[in-house]
Structures are given as structure tokens and as C-alpha cells.
Ligand binder design. Structure first.
Ligand code: ZN
Length: 67
């Protein structure tokens, strides 16, 4: 399983970014701990985009260079 990392980049409103696919999560909940948990929960269930995109791109490259 790919290792993912959640980075918090802003406090008001709280903004977190997936260090793997750069998807952003923001939450205006108060207190800040609630916002942090809200973002953490959504981060835990989100699916990183990078793998699928790269595989599709690799297929296109192979197809075009083959002809
Ligand atoms: Zn991600």
C-alpha cells in the first residue's frame, strides 16, 4: 500500500494537503482540533489520484511510440 502523508499548510480555515497526490482538504470547524479531525477523516478515506493517472499516461505513450 502506498504511504500517504497529510500536511497542514494553513490554519484559518484549516487547510490540509495530501503529500502524495496534492488533493486539498479544508475545514472551518471550531475548535481547531475538530477541524483537524474532520480533515484527517476525509484524508483517510480519499483515494490518491497519481497512480491511475500515471498508468493511463503510460499506456498512451506506449501506444503512440509503437506505431
Ligand atoms: Zn492523496
Amino acid at each position: 500500500m502506498a504511504k500517504r502523508k497529510l500536511k497542514f499548510v494553513r490554519d484559518h480555515p484549516l487547510l490540509g494537503i495530501c503529500g502524495y497526490c496534492n488533493v486539498q482538504f479544508s475545514s472551518g470547524l471550531m475548535p481547531i482540533e475538530a477541524a483537524r479531525e474532520d480533515i484527517q477523516e476525509r484524508f483517510d478515506v480519499h483515494k490518491c489520484k497519481r497512480g491511475g493517472v500515471n498508468q493511463a499516461a503510460a499506456r498512451i505513450v506506449r501506444k503512440t511510440t509503437k506505431d
